[in-house]
Design a protein around this ligand. Structure first.
Ligand SMILES: [Zn+2]
Length: 116
């Protein structure tokens, strides 16, 4: 249960009492209702509860954060979700690697002209 006896964002959203051992309460605080709403929309509350329950307690906060991240980007981009971000970053890495290879080739060219 949330401090002060209030319900967590999940239990508020689901219009139920927040039990003392609520699986959501630590990760979906009442002051951020959108965080739970997005995760519920994409994964469904019972699936999120199952995913969190299957994890050791010390990993649940990170899992809740990544579910929230994925859900936010899936809502914003229904086709690619966070995969769109991964593709963009991958493209940036490839561009940087190409640029690095060109710069190294130029550098070796300069070094060779100095040595010769
Ligand atoms: Zn709750």
């Amino acid at each position: 249960m949330m401090p002060g006896g209030g319900r967590c964002a999940a239990c508020k959203y689901l219009r139920r009492r927040c039990p003392s051992d609520c699986i959501f309460s630590l990760y979906f605080p009442a002051n951020d209702p959108q965080r739970f709403a997005r995760v519920h929309k994409i994964y469904g509350a019972s699936n999120v509860a199952k995913m969190l329950q299957q994890l050791p307690a010390n990993l649940r906060a990170e899992a809740a954060d990544s579910l929230s991240f994925e859900a936010r980007h899936r809502v914003e981009d229904p086709v690619y979700g966070c995969v769109g971000i991964i593709h963009r970053l991958h493209q940036q890495i490839q561009n940087a690697e190409t640029q690095l290879a060109k710069t190294q080739a130029q550098l070796f060219g300069f070094i060779n002209t100095i040595i010769d």
